[in-house]
Design a protein around this ligand. Structure first.
Ligand code: COA
Length: 147
């Protein structure tokens, strides 16, 4: 597991497409995620190879003293082998260090059962539902956890 940055632009862009399809970030969305100094970014790369297996990013909101999970994604064939959990743990630890101890927030599509299961396993609780969050008729749960 290592830091990620703008040099990973193409690989992260491909992974985002693999994970989110038509909802994947555009190039313009992705640039600040990979460059902003308030964003913690980690990547997982195949052992002995170059293929990006996972990526996660958390934005630190100093005013609200919390981290917001901007994205987490694991390449299709590598899922359910603990990589998403590794990325979550890194993000939470970074947030806890930054705010000592702080909070994490995230949003997730209400139909994304896999991600919701991961977050519940990490003890996130649902604190709200935001209608039309992703697009008209596509709602998100807002979840959070005290670290
Ligand atoms: C969500 C995601 C990051 C999980 O990554 P992962 O590497 O598969 O996660 P892990 O292997 O660490 O899973 C940990 C636990 O989460 C839960 N979980 C993860 N995926 C699940 C699924 N598809 N169905 C049910 N539970 C799931 C399980 O409890 C799992 O533990 P188990 O495998 O021992 O049962 C991955 O499925 C992904 O990239 N999805 C597409 C992108 C996405 O939806 N990101 C979240 C946006 S909000």
């Amino acid at each position: 597991m290592t830091d990620a940055g703008i040099a990973d632009f193409m690989a992260v862009s491909r992974l985002e497409k693999d994970c989110f399809g038509v909802d994947a970030w555009s190039f313009l969305d992705l640039i600040p995620v990979l460059t902003n100094g308030n964003v913690f970014r980690r990547k997982l790369v195949e052992a002995g190879g170059k293929r990006l297996l996972g990526f996660a990013a958390v934005e630190f909101d100093r005013a609200d003293r919390c981290g917001f999970l901007l994205t987490i994604g694991v390449a299709g064939p590598s899922r359910r082998s603990g990589l998403g959990s590794l990325l979550m743990r890194e993000c939470e630890n970074a947030c806890a260090r930054f705010f000592s101890p702080g909070r994490m927030k995230l949003t997730v599509a209400v139909e994304n059962e896999g991600a919701i299961a991961l977050y519940r396993k990490f003890a996130y609780r649902t604190v709200g539902r935001i209608e039309d969050y992703y697009a008209a008729g596509r709602a998100a749960y807002l979840m959070e956890k005290n670290l």
